[in-house]
Design a protein around this ligand. Structure first.
Ligand SMILES: Cc1cc2nc3c(=O)[nH]c(=O)nc-3n(C[C@H](O)[C@H](O)[C@H](O)COP(=O)(O)O)c2cc1C
Length: 364
């Protein structure tokens, strides 16, 4: 019998089960980066997961990777998140805030002063992104000055303080998908020659300093991190990810990070990717709670858990159309495949209007 659906004690928390809501950007905040009643309903509907991880939440206006993404860069964003955490706690759930800086994958129209996005090394992402006026070409991001790096670390620290004031149970550092922290890690996006570029230790320095700042607020037990070691979202690329991410996980252990949310493979696309290595090595190395993610279904989740390969499984897309995903998986019931048009924007439609199994049965 699998223990996927059983309560689980970890890092001083009692989780209802070993299933997590993977962070999902749904772009339904306002342009001031505020959430409210709508998001409170959405997260509360999914509160039967052992752990909810919020959508990426920007630590600075130009840390947003698109329009209508929420933030925790300002005190006036705390109240809306408090509504969310209260609603989740009222249903017996636990919720971490995913803290995010999009780096080059942002846009000057999202910055309050209209300044271009920032990156380890000046670079322009090919393609377009979603801004308030519609789709726009990515812009050339400017290289962060050495003297500006402490400001970035402090933005994460301040957002961590606000997450605490908003009643979250912990925070997750978004260090995947070629956003700022991940872009510093990888040699394709980081060509710096100062203390934050070159060697693996240098490229991981911003990640380590940011975690230290967050842990000073939350303690390691309530600090999580998301990594996608062999993922290529937004062209993320490193010529040799194995020693890089081995070093990163060694640092997580040294700092006492409680949770590693690891995307296994290429996010949303495949469980394999090149250059490949056995990411099971990272799982075995990490001393905290390992949350596995990426293209899991019921059978894979149960077998991964039964084999002890993960402590928890995070589901992303399956949670969009199935607020009661945990109950559906437990009962081996039908999983609704939400249409892609529902993913981003659109208010309550395609967001809070997916019924639970019980509601579906009552209606038929
Ligand atoms: C609509 C959508 C939004 C996403 N937003 C985020 C996000 O804000 N932060 C993040 O780390 N990953 C994000 N992801 C990636 C998911 O968390 C997850 O890693 C991915 O969907 C693979 O898991 P799945 O196969 O269970 O969906 C997003 C994915 C989708 C489809």
């Amino acid at each position: 019998m699998t223990d996927l659906f059983d309560p689980f004690e970890a890092n001083g928390l009692t989780l209802q089960n070993r299933i997590a809501l993977s962070p999902l950007t749904r772009t339904r905040a306002d342009m001031a980066g505020k959430v409210g009643e709508l998001q409170a309903t959405y997260y509360a509907q999914r509160a039967s997961a052992g752990l909810l991880i919020t959508e990426a939440t920007a630590v600075a206006p130009v840390g947003r990777g698109g329009a209508y993404c929420p933030g925790l860069w300002s005190d006036n964003q705390i109240e809306g998140w408090k509504q969310v955490t209260d609603a989740v706690h009222a249903r017996g759930g636990l919720i971490f805030s995913q803290l995010w800086h999009a780096g080059r994958l942002s846009h000057s129209s999202l910055d309050l002063d209209g300044k271009p996005p920032v990156a380890p090394t000046a670079m322009k992402q090919p393609g377009q992104m979603f801004v308030e006026s519609g789709f726009a070409e990515y812009e050339e991001a400017r290289t962060l000055d050495l003297a500006e790096i402490p400001t970035i670390v402090d933005q994460f620290r301040q957002a961590a303080v606000r997450a605490k004031a908003a009643g979250f149970d912990g925070v997750e550092l978004h260090a995947a998908h070629s956003y700022l922290i991940d872009a510093f890690l990888r040699d394709m996006t980081n060509q710096r020659t100062d203390a934050y570029g070159g060697s693996i230790e240098n490229r991981a320095r911003l990640l380590v300093e940011t975690l230290e700042a967050i842990i000073a607020v939350w303690g390691g037990a309530r600090t999580a991190i998301r990594l996608a070691p062999i993922g290529h979202a937004y062209n993320a690329w490193d010529s040799d990810p194995e020693p890089l991410f081995t070093h990163v996980v060694e640092q997580l252990n040294r700092l006492g990070v409680g949770w590693l949310d690891m995307v296994e493979g290429d996010t949303g696309i495949s469980r394999e990717a090149e250059p490949s290595f056995d990411t099971g090595k990272l799982r075995r190395l990490f001393k905290g709670v390992l949350i596995g993610n990426n293209l899991y279904d019921r059978d894979l989740a149960i077998s991964a858990r039964d084999a002890g390969r993960v402590d928890m499984v995070a589901f992303g897309r399956a949670f969009i159309g199935n607020p009661d995903l945990v109950e559906r998986l437990r009962a081996n019931a039908q999983i609704v495949d939400a249409p892609r048009q529902a993913y981003y924007g659109g208010g309550a439609r395609g967001y809070t209007d997916f019924p639970t199994l019980a509601e579906e049965r009552a209606a038929s």
